[in-house]
Design a protein around this ligand. Structure first.
Ligand code: HEM
Ligand SMILES: [Ca+2]
Ligand SMILES: [Ca+2]
Length: 301
């Protein structure tokens, strides 16, 4: 792959601990940075590989594309970068900082840790138009699977990684259309549980603030556990794309395995998550002499 665990052990031995303490400090004052950083890493990897392209500023840059507009946590990466430049100037890439911060975000929300191979270099391009192939919340399972397969991720990786929705929130504007007039006869999305529907309608009224945020895992919004998958079984998925993981038999089988349904080979979500993250974190990585080590994560050198 070109990345390896401990890439900075000789050149910047404190690299990983500096990122970790930075994430921990920000998490203390603002817990929303954990889901923010995890999602940011995913959006980085799916566009031009895990190369920190999402971090670059500019009027036409990737971060201005619609699916990226609600990303949060950029200040954490900038903070870690300035500490790292003080400790070991010009050594640690922004792409690696983001990959490490995504792992640390899972750890602070009580998930299992994993070893992150490092050695990514930073890309020099960032274009909003390149963000068009990111998965969308209305995508069919067929399309979700295809978009992941295009990045070398199989159906199990898809279900596992979307399990990242066990933490964090979504804005009402991204799923409110499911709550009223979804079907041709004016009903709500039939895959939403009848008990859960009025709760969601109360949280996201039709004419209310579309920017209001609702937990993606109503069972345990701040904890990295498999409660997200019980929600899917119970018709409590927030995003249309999430609930479809249960509707479609090819993805449901993995959800069931995470839930430990009898007769199926069980899977432990927190363990599988780390494995699939290592695969995702290696998408299209630039190594060796490709790209650069940015001095400031939001600006190309
Ligand atoms: C089919 C694939 C996926 C789709 C369609 C999707 C879509 C979305 C949408 C629409 C939101 C709400 C954004 C907002 O309102 O701010 C969201 C949030 C989130 N997504 Fe995904 N996602 C997918 C896969 C993933 C993956 C692979 C990860 C990480 C491994 C991930 C991690 C997150 C996290 C942590 C949040 C919460 C963000 C926050 O609270 O700021 N998602 N996702
Ligand atoms: Ca990228
Ligand atoms: Ca949870």
């Amino acid at each position: 792959q070109g990345t390896r665990v401990g890439f900075y052990s000789q050149t910047c031995s404190r690299a990983e601990s500096i990122v970790r303490s930075t994430v921990e400090a920000h998490f203390q004052s603002d817990p929303t940075i954990a889901p923010g950083l995890l999602r940011m890493h995913f959006h980085d990897c799916f566009v031009n590989g895990c190369d920190g392209s999402i971090l670059i500023d500019g009027t036409e840059a990737e971060k201005t594309a619609p699916p990226n507009r609600l990303l949060r946590g950029y200040e954490v990466i900038d903070d870690a970068k300035s500490k790292l430049e003080a400790a070991c100037p010009g050594v640690v890439s922004c792409a690696d900082i983001l990959a490490l911060a995504a792992r640390d975000s899972v750890v602070v929300t009580k998930g299992l840790s994993w070893r992150v191979p490092t050695g990514r270099r930073d890309g020099r391009t960032s274009l909003a138009s390149d963000a068009a192939n990111l998965p969308g919340f209305t995508d069919s399972i067929e399309l979700q699977k295809q978009k992941f397969l295009d990045k070398g991720l199989n159906t199990q990786d898809l279900v596992t990684l979307v399990g990242g929705h066990t933490i964090g929130t979504a804005a009402c504007q991204l799923f409110r259309y499911r709550l009223n007039n979804f079907t041709t006869d004016g009903a709500a999305d039939p895959s939403i549980s009848t008990a859960f529907l009025p709760q969601l309608q109360a949280l996201c009224p039709a004419n209310g603030d579309g920017g209001r945020r609702v937990a993606l895992d109503t069972g345990s919004p701040n904890r990295f556990d498999n409660s997200f998958f019980s929600n899917l079984r119970d018709g409590k998925g927030i995003l249309e794309s999430d609930q479809k993981l249960w509707t479609d038999p090819s993805t449901r089988t993995f959800v069931e395995r995470f839930l430990g349904i009898r007769g199926l080979l069980g899977l432990t979500f927190n363990l599988e998550f780390g494995k699939s993250m290592v695969k995702m974190s290696n998408i299209g990585v630039k190594t060796g002499t490709e790209g650069e080590i940015r001095k400031i994560c939001s600006v190309i050198n």
